[in-house]
Design a protein around this ligand. Structure first.
Ligand SMILES: [Zn+2]
Length: 182
């Protein structure tokens, strides 16, 4: 049994306190995720895995880093974003503890856990930027390319605005000039 997600545990089984660490870079074997974004087949996946022998079995801690791609849920722009995920799971010895995962013979197979951890952490509503303005409701054009548009102010409101301190605009500008002075 071998593969990028199969880790040998023969030498630490039954030796509580023993630990092994592995670092590897592999490729995602198939497309992971079915939503607006997914991790494509062949995408680089970095894995850092720690296997600790405990009385009940093997405690597996894994850190994963990869990239997902797809489209922004608001403006449909193509996006590629880094993704870091981790999990910790106890692989029990067969027939001893009731756990979701078992040590199999001389190894643990992490593929399902790695895949599920990554798929579950993919954003359900991915955005190209936190304040993506989406599409213009009138024209269907993307509003992303230009800076967030100024909302046109009715002249009557503009007159009122001139009389009241502008909480949104003034504060940052003042902060900038203070910094420049010092
Ligand atoms: Zn967007």
């Amino acid at each position: 049994m071998s593969g990028p997600f199969i880790y040998p545990v023969r030498d630490i089984v039954g030796h509580p306190g023993e630990m092994r660490e592995f670092q590897s870079t592999t490729e995602v074997p198939e497309k992971w995720g079915e939503g607006l974004v997914s991790v494509p087949q062949g995408e680089t996946l970095e894995l850092a895995v720690r296997l600790e022998s405990v009385h009940e079995g093997i405690l597996v801690t894994a850190d994963m880093a990869t990239e997902y791609s797809g489209v922004c849920g608001r403006c449909l722009t193509d996006i590629v974003q880094p993704l870091e995920v981790e999990f910790q799971e106890l692989f029990g010895y067969p027939g001893e503890e009731v756990t979701d995962f078992d040590v199999q013979d001389d190894h643990v197979d992490l593929e399902n856990l790695v895949r599920d951890s990554i798929v579950l952490s993919l954003p359900f509503q991915p955005v190209c930027q936190p304040d993506c303005p989406g599409l213009d409701p009138a024209t269907g054009e993307r509003l992303t390319a230009t800076a967030a548009p100024e909302i046109p102010i009715d002249e009557r409101w503009a007159a009122l605005k001139a009389l009241t301190p502008d909480q949104d605009g003034e504060a940052p500008r003042r902060a900038v000039s203070d910094t420049e002075k010092s």
